[in-house]
Design a protein around this ligand. Sequence first.
Ligand code: DGJ
Length: 599
Amino acid sequence: SDTVESLEVILEDEVTHVQIVLRYAVFEEADIITRSASVRNAGKDTIHVKKFMSTCLDFLNGSDKDLLHLPGRYGQERQVERQKILHQVSKIASGRGTSSHQQNPFVAVCDRETSEDYGGCYGMALMYSGNFLAEIELDQYDQLRVQMGINPKQFDFALAPGEKLEGPEALLTYTRKGFTGLSHIYHDFFRSNLCESKFMKETRPILINTWEAAFFDFDDKKLVEIAKCARKMGVDLMVMDDGWFGKRFDDNAGLGDWVVNEEKITCGLEKLVEQINEIGMQFGIWFEPEGVSEDSDLYRAHPDWALQIPGRPAVRSRNQLLLDLGREEVQEYLITSINRILDSANITYMKWDLNRSVTDVFSSALPADRQGEVYHRYVLGLYKVMDGIIKTHPDILFEGCSGGGGRYDPAMLVYFPQYWNSDNTKPVDNLKLHYGTSFLYPLCSTGAHISAASPEIPISTRACVAMGGTFGYELDATKLSPEELAECKEQSDRFRKYYPIIFFGDYYRLTNPFEGGNMTAWQSVTKDQEEALVSVVVTGLTVNGPQEYIRAKGLNPEWMYEIEQLGVELSGAALMHAGLPIPREIPQYTSFQYHLIHK
Ligand code: DGJ
């Protein structure tokens, strides 16, 4: 429904006749401006594009500004860092060939006094899944320049006369409503403008994934047993993770051979899916399309399809190499072999994983002087393969993943309504993971599961945390007691009840888990403010400490709200200004969910 105005500014160099086209699109209702650039060689000689930024923001005075970004690592993605901008050139970047675990293509430039709820804040997010750069320069006169685009590291793109290169879009915004305001703008934009999948609007299935339940050690019988128990937990979808194809008995072999391993799936895929469907569950499947094992039929037939530097030993990571996704024959192979599996049975979900960074950046399909294009061609090839698989299967729910939550970036959300947030399923760590991820990404995109990690934490609290995302299970359901299965069923039902609030509402970070308080709390409120869900996890206990309160946000101060779990009514003003008293002297890691309903 948004009216979008667009503008193109064409700049031409008088000497070389190289043209730069700056593109702007104004999404007025969403409060987003997109900006990108393209280069056209209108001259007579080949040119080399070596630095290609999508956007550049200049601030008259940046001496009172801070920079916020989302650095991380495997298992600890998107932690939040805020720092003073100093007189220097600083870089937030990935050179790993993917947007990465270590950085995220997003920066916010805010006023020094900007807080969670108040203050000026500019956001810049790049729609790109490869090497990116955000370059921040505060000059001698306190002028600040922030650029964002493709990382120039090993980037050298040749353009012959008449050729053109398009750059990725940056999503720009500004708010005076602090980080909450910034997150709301991006969450709304991502939910309504980015992902075309029908699952952005529909209720998604609750899934159980086999990875932490069985790793590579499963067969069709084991899967059926897990599915039977999972059904009792109220789960809708069973996902067969890594290990079902080729000679994949561990992570040394099989990647690239997208044919069913009949030693494990003895009944064949179609029959397995039928059995799962008969139990009343949908069936999902895992792929790592970009990876290739040297011990695979694919590699034996096409060693040149892997990225590898001639004459040098390959750099393996997780015992594997990567395919040269810039090559058309590789793209065609992946689209054909993966679609063949997806179309061979009643498959309604696919998890797309990638378990290493891009190294050995040499394509045997390109001449030596064009190797500077490999990183970028890989990303373009990836989008093409995704178009050929994801866009041709509108009824399949696709979940993105990269060794947990690496490469969780805005461009990925064009394809994936949900993205696995982290391989770290420990609930206390997830309080921070969800907090950081929520700066840019809506909860409905954040994959979160209850697992058997952290058995010391009650399953009710694990569920409370997983409901801060897409909610599902990552455990061996056959090992749960009847009481635990029943408790999971109650959780699944509760998640379905709260689904519209969590998935479509406005999200508020009520506390900052990085500040080390006694509890972490967050909240979702429906757009009409009729309902809200306040979630609290107690992570620190003070014996005989003062009464603690969690103050709600985003309610209508004039309205009365029933707190369903307490059977009491309080005004929106009381809930927001005095807060909800949290019971004292409770066991560590107790959690609370308060459902607020307008009376
Ligand atoms: C990494 C993912 O994050 C896990 O969930 C799992 O799919 C493994 N890869 C499988 O290799």
